[in-house]
Write a new protein. Structure first.
Length: 239
């Protein structure tokens, strides 16, 4: 009972109710679970008949928690949602997932329109660790993946009627391999076309730095929370 009360108090502190956060199935089958909902993340309109994608990272809000359940909601049935799972066995929390999860949503429809998806995670407490060590000394003929990619994510709030500059960069001694910039709305109902088209993001890459300039139309209500994430995909391999 104390744990449930603590979860409710924490949810209220974050600005959403436990009932609202459980609108999806991210905690199904988990006896102890802290639900967390992301914003409605905009997926850009496809160009030239191709697909369009958006990414969003959700992190467990409490230290010592890992992701054990995920779910999503979409504004169009042509949207495919997946997560990045880390290499290791057995598949499960602490091995496949850690304290955060990267969602990727791809709109596969043919209509030239903006769509959106909403990610959810369910977090559980853990003492950590899911890795296993070598059981015998051997000379490998191939290598297990060693996480050569490092995703640096910077998240900021946007202001209606204004422009916000957000910067994410790779650390010294690494290279920038790719970048993303996605925005989302913290509203309960799925956003309509007018809201999805009310934000414009321009991304500039220079060296190891990714700069995003996000402009929000003045027609967006001031109290409506709009969030922007800028992702820099860096390599730890320097040779």
């Amino acid at each position: 009972m104390k744990f449930v009360v603590a979860l409710a108090a924490f949810a209220v502190a974050l600005g959403f109710g436990v009932g609202e956060a459980r609108a999806a199935d991210e905690c199904r089958g988990l006896q102890t679970c802290l639900p967390l909902e992301g914003p409605w993340v905009a997926i850009p309109a496809p160009q030239g008949g191709g697909s369009a994608a958006a990414v969003w990272q959700l992190r467990c809000p409490l230290r010592g928690y890992i992701v054990a359940g995920i779910d999503a909601r979409v504004t169009d049935r042509a949207i495919d949602v997946s997560i990045r799972g880390e290499n290791g066995a057995p598949v499960g929390p602490g091995v496949t997932t850690g304290a955060e999860v990267l969602f990727t949503a791809v709109y596969t429809g043919g209509a030239p329109k903006r769509t959106a998806f909403r990610p959810y995670i369910g977090c559980i407490p853990t003492s950590g660790g899911g890795a296993r060590g070598e059981t015998a000394l051997r000379r490998p003929t191939a290598f297990a993946p060693a996480k050569p990619l490092d995703r640096r994510v910077v998240e900021r709030g946007l202001v209606a009627g204004g422009t916000v500059r957000v910067v994410s960069r790779c650390p010294a001694g690494t290279r920038l391999l790719g970048s993303d910039a996605s925005f989302g709305f913290r509203v309960q109902q799925e956003p309509g076309a007018s809201l999805l088209n009310a934000v414009r993001v321009r991304r500039v890459v220079a060296g190891r730095t990714v700069t995003a300039l996000a402009a929000v139309a003045a027609s967006v209500p001031q109290r409506l929370p709009v969030r922007l994430q800028v992702h820099a995909l860096c390599t730890r391999v320097t040779r």
